[in-house]
Design a protein around this ligand. Structure first.
Ligand SMILES: [Zn+2]
Length: 105
């Protein structure tokens, strides 16, 4: 029996440590990973500050945040368009249909 997970984890930690160079407080990968949390302000203050500083100094990540913000704005808009009162009413009526069925059975 082998435990490849142990080796993989260690490798990942090592590569994560070396890829960040030990100098950058936040890597591009990390930002790409948390860009939506960053936009939603769902991160802890210190973590958000790290990402914010990275975005301020990293051109490509600024583009990433810009793009994500754009995508989110579009999604939010299309969600608002797709979920009007009519849809909610339909869902509610569906739910009551299920309830009615259950009681008649
Ligand atoms: Zn970056």
């Amino acid at each position: 029996m082998t435990t490849p997970d142990d080796g993989t984890l260690a490798d990942r930690i090592m590569s994560a440590m070396t890829s960040s160079g030990g100098a950058g407080p936040c890597s591009c990968e990390e930002l790409a990973d948390q860009v939506y949390e960053f936009l939603d302000s769902e991160l802890a203050d210190d973590n958000r500050e790290r990402l914010r500083q990275h975005v301020a100094t990293c051109e490509s990540c600024r583009g990433e945040v810009d793009a994500a913000e754009h995508v989110r704005a579009i999604l939010r808009r299309s969600c608002a368009e797709q979920a009007p009162d009519g849809l909610r009413a339909r869902i509610v009526s569906q739910l009551s249909v299920v309830e009615v069925r259950r009681t008649t059975w």
